[in-house]
Design a protein around this ligand. Sequence first.
Ligand code: NAD
Ligand code: SER
Length: 316
Amino acid sequence: MTESPGDRILVTGALGQIGTELVSSLRQRHGKDNILATDIRSPGPESNFPDGPFSNLSVLDGAKMERVILEEGIGTVFHLAAILSATGEKNPELCQRVNVGGTVSVLEAARDFDLKVFAPSSIAVFGPDSPNIAPQEGPLNPTTMYGKTKVTGEILGLNYWKQYGVDVRGLRFPGLISWKAPAGGGTTDYAVDIFRAAVDHGHYDCFVSEDTRLPMMYMEDAIRATESIMQADPGSLGDSRVGYNIKGISFTAGELADKIAERIPGFTCDFIPDFRQKVADSWPDDVDDEAARNEWGWEANYDLGRMVDEMISNIS
Ligand code: NAD
Ligand code: SER
């Protein structure tokens, strides 16, 4: 391991749902020029992506990644590039290549240059044998390719920490709900798409059943959780450091539609499950986040009503 080339921050997959908001928050905290946003695609002319340094970088190009890290004086990587669950079920080979291959590129660079890494996991690490309220330590037997890549990511992260001392941290994000950037091909996208449809058309065809209950979280909480775990005292983090459960809001698709209808009179929702129902059915209803609470003080701020109010007012 050589000393980090500097203390700037690199974000992979920065143009996605999380990256759009994380880059903005990191630029406010650390200064615009200290955050290098990267992605395989470029911001479109209509994009509201925050202004500042941007480079094209595929996480599968490990040599270029190491070159950029050296040239740009990087000390920390927020590794967000991934293929999410619904796209991953349609193209499992791509999902495996990007999610596992990309994580290996980042971890290898981190080992070479003593970088600090945030690599998110997901509630998708759980499978049908998980209790409804998934414990921190429990069976991790996902049925989706995406879930399997996330379990592998956690195993790799813990291994790089234990074997090479790489400071890797991660969270098992629930389905994230936000309005600044579209959701990127996940099973929980209905809980984002429903708001735009409600505001624009007063109707939504939902691709999971009314009684589907999943763990979700408003993006502002997710960004705060990300920054909190990266700032946490390393001595307080145990073996869950690469994939803490974090609890946000648990609701059914029907409960979400009802809450929106209370605020948008006349809003209707039809429930027409497709292939994503099977994925949703394989995930737990909620998570137990005692480890995150005890070890670094996690607590969500948003409940269902507050999140729905924020989404409607911002989209409107
Ligand atoms: P997203 O799909 O919105 O964004 C992912 C980004 O990665 C995209 O901009 C895409 O262009 C980019 N990308 C794809 N292949 C790439 C490659 N080879 N090289 C570089 N970039 C590439 O995803 P997101 O919702 O922002 O998720 C970010 C991370 O958080 C992922 O690891 C995801 O698994 C995890 N996560 C997200 C959620 C959620 O609800 N959004 C929930 C749990 C976990
Ligand atoms: N929101 C993500 C998905 O549905 C969960 O990791 O794929």
